[in-house]
Design a protein. Structure first.
Length: 432
């Protein structure tokens, strides 16, 4: 038994796990089974307290890399961080990346992760050429957009429930350097955010905003808008080596984060950007894409009680729901400093259970204050549901079975592709 936990730091569990070191290894005989990537999911979709995890992290080899075309086939436990060390010197970058480089390819596929370029390039699944799926009946099925299409579609965003992905083949993005041309501006209110996103759509491959979820009155809905393109300039910028940041050594005490400290942080962060970093700059790709990776185990700042992350999207036609939710969060005084706002685009993913839809998407942390935090998220669920939006399972620890079915009506089709030997804590909760 080993300790496994998800990123939101709760619940910590001792779990039965196997760690295969070669792709052809057979699946464990005890059940239920669940693949485990690097535990960067915030909730319980990567945990399986009633069964056994297949920890993929020793399957971390590149199988084939065509430096001319940028097509790469890797074992599923390879981290994006390790991938970039191999591909960037040859001028290739992962086509879609989440806000941390410490995710595995298998985890990126199973949650069909999105990045700051969703408005242009869709999800990770849009760039998957093929993968091998190992099922509990011993079969190994190669899936692609043109072979075993239904399993291909069900496995992308399929939360690890359709089988174990042993390798993944993706098409990388050609880049001229490892630096980014970044432009930063300030906005006041959600309408200004929407206008900036619309303007940025054609001019910038990447865009994202930090939103102040604490301030009210004239500062309601203010934020920092950051748009970027891969740079063609080989300018030496202070490169931050991966994992260079100081680790947070211990759990912070629960009182360290309260509405006063969070408000103070938000003021400081907003004004630092307003005064010091507006306009154009050149940044190393790690500082741009993975700012949080520089503080190892930053999740410990929430203390041993952990936190919840809540991430939702609402369709563009119902964006007033975003204002309603932001009002509710500000009123509650429970908002944290990590609120990320992004306008998703219209590119559809091949993933049957994929989370994104065209519209604004907000992700923020709530320090765990027990029942009052759960109650707030239930209220937010009601607004998201009424707006025909969706909550992201990769970040979830508490959504009800009823809410899940409303967010993912396609689940009736999905269940036919689940491997009967596979399950997770998340799945047992939402399929009740
Ligand atoms: C700081 C931070 C920023 C983030 N930013 C974003 C973001 O911008 N966009 C976004 O979409 N997500 C984001 N995330 C969430 C994260 O990208 C996803 O949860 C990702 O799927 C985690 O990958 P992992 O390798 O850690 O997998 P895990 O969390 O261990 O597992 C995730 C899922 O994948 C399944 N799985 C893992 N390996 C395999 C396999 N080999 N075969 C089949 N199934 C498998 C698991 O069963 C589980 O259901 C962020 C997380 C953090 C901590």
């Amino acid at each position: 038994m080993s300790a496994y936990r998800s990123w939101a730091y709760r619940p910590a569990q001792r779990q039965a796990a196997v760690r295969p070191t070669w792709r052809e290894a057979s699946l464990p005989s005890s059940q239920p089974i669940l693949p485990f990537g690097n535990g960067r999911s915030y909730g319980d979709s990567c945990l399986n307290s009633a069964g056994v995890l297949i920890d993929s992290r020793s399957l971390d080899h590149v199988i084939e890399f065509n430096r001319e075309t940028g097509r790469i086939r890797c074992e599923s436990g390879l981290l994006l961080d390790a991938l970039h060390r191999i591909t960037l010197p040859a001028g290739w970058f992962v086509p879609v990346t989440p806000g941390t480089s410490y995710v595995t390819l298998g985890g990126a596929l199973a949650n069909d992760v999105h990045g700051k370029n969703h408005h242009r390039d869709g999800c990770f699944g849009n760039h998957v050429c093929a993968f091998e799926l190992c099922r509990s009946d011993g079969s190994r099925i190669v899936c692609s957009p043109s072979s075993n299409e239904l399993l291909f579609s069900a496995t992308i965003g399929g939360l690890g429930l359709t089988g174990f992905v042993s390798w993944v083949e993706i098409q990388l993005l050609s880049v001229e350097s490892s630096t980014m041309d970044v432009n930063t501006s300030v906005f006041y209110g959600l309408e200004e955010f929407m206008a900036l996103s619309a303007q940025s759509h054609d001019s910038h491959q990447y865009s994202v905003a930090w939103l102040d979820c604490v301030s009210s009155g004239k500062n309601f809905g203010r934020g920092i808008f950051i748009q970027a393109n891969h740079s063609s300039q080989h300018v030496p910028v202070a490169e931050r080596p991966a994992s260079s940041g100081l680790p947070v050594p211990v759990d912070f005490p629960g009182w360290a984060l309260n509405s006063v400290t969070v408000k103070a942080f938000n003021e400081l962060y907003f004004h630092k950007h307003r005064l010091m970093s507006l306009g154009d700059s050149i940044q190393d790709f790690r500082s741009y894409f993975y700012p949080l990776d520089s503080l190892q185990h930053w999740n410990r700042i929430y203390g041993s009680g952990g936190f919840y992350q809540y991430q939702f999207v609402v369709p563009t036609v119902n964006t007033e729901a975003l204002t309603e939710i932001l009002n509710r969060i500000v009123d509650s005084g429970q908002g944290s400093f990590l609120a990320v706002l992004k306008q998703f685009g219209a590119v559809r993913s091949p993933g049957l259970m994929s989370f994104p839809m065209e519209g604004p998407c907000l992700a923020l942390d709530f320090p765990n204050k027990g029942r009052k935090t759960l109650q707030l998220m239930d209220e937010l669920d009601a607004i998201v549901t009424a707006a025909h939006g969706c909550v992201y399972p990769a970040k979830d620890n508490r959504m009800s079975a009823a809410a899940f079915k409303q967010y993912f009506p396609q689940v009736d089709e999905f269940v036919h592709h689940i491997d009967p030997a596979f399950s997770s804590d998340f799945w047992r909760r939402v399929s009740d």
